[in-house]
Design a protein around this ligand. Structure first.
Ligand SMILES: [Zn+2]
Ligand SMILES: [Zn+2]
Length: 237
């Protein structure tokens, strides 16, 4: 509590200082965050949106997961990646707002904790950043998220993945090229005794990173991988 006086808590969306003793988003921003609602994709966890009359009633997967086969067994996502979520992630990744990881981990646990526990996972595995980027930033945001989850759920954090290649921003590349790059970028270490792993990341967009990490874990002997993502791109339907 004394720390709250020295370092006042901030709203993770607008960055405004919160009244003493409060946490989470401020009243102005709380309504801007859009938490993923059911039905969600059985693959990546993306919200599937309103079904047209009879049109998507049988559908359990988003168009992207239907189009490309995924190696992960399923996923849970917390926020739809709208402007408010973008601000939270930008603060966490680029503005040294490490405490936003705690807000996200708390919301994930509150909303999906029981579902996560039912998966019976052996480890929370953060998606790694390259050591060069870690040095620049001072931390890996996925690791902060995994630690925040591990403080609330009885699942240990295991750093089973290494990012061995430094990949520049890949936004301009198509999915296939990006996928190839990503698959060279990760390597798993000491994974053989892990049955089920939860891969933790901040944002899920194309799924290329999640897929590459999953393949690395599976090839190192992990039996199943599920995703926990704090934000997920909104389906282009
Ligand atoms: Zn705010
Ligand atoms: Zn999906």
């Amino acid at each position: 509590m004394i720390l709250d006086l020295i370092y006042p808590r901030r709203c993770p969306v607008c960055g405004g200082v919160l009244p003493f003793g409060e946490s989470g988003a401020c009243p102005d921003c709380a309504g801007e965050l859009s938490f993923v609602a059911q039905p969600a994709c059985m693959g990546c966890g993306k919200e599937l949106g309103q079904s047209g009359p009879g049109r998507f009633s049988q559908e359990e997967y988003c168009p992207d997961c239907l189009r490309c086969r995924r190696s992960f067994s399923g996923g849970i996502a917390l926020l739809n990646y709208n402007d408010a979520a973008r601000k939270v992630m930008a603060g966490l990744k680029y503005k040294n707002q490490r405490e936003y990881a705690d807000f996200l981990a708390a919301e994930m646990t509150k909303r999906h904790g029981r579902q996560i526990l039912r998966l019976g996972a052996d480890a929370l595995v953060p998606v790694p950043v390259h050591k060069r980027r870690r040095r620049e930033r001072g931390y890996n945001q996925a690791e902060l998220l995994a630690k925040g989850l591990s403080r609330r759920l009885p699942i240990p954090v295991k750093r089973l993945l290494l990012r061995v290649e430094y990949t520049e921003a890949q936004k301009k590349l198509g999915y296939e090229a990006r996928q190839k790059n990503e698959e060279r970028a990760f390597r798993a270490v000491h994974a053989a005794r892990i049955g089920r792993a939860l891969l933790v990341d901040d944002i899920y967009t194309t799924g290329a990173t999640a897929e590459a990490c999953t393949k690395a874990l599976l090839s190192a002997g992990v039996s199943q991988v599920f995703l926990l993502n704090m934000a997920v791109g909104i389906s282009r339907r």
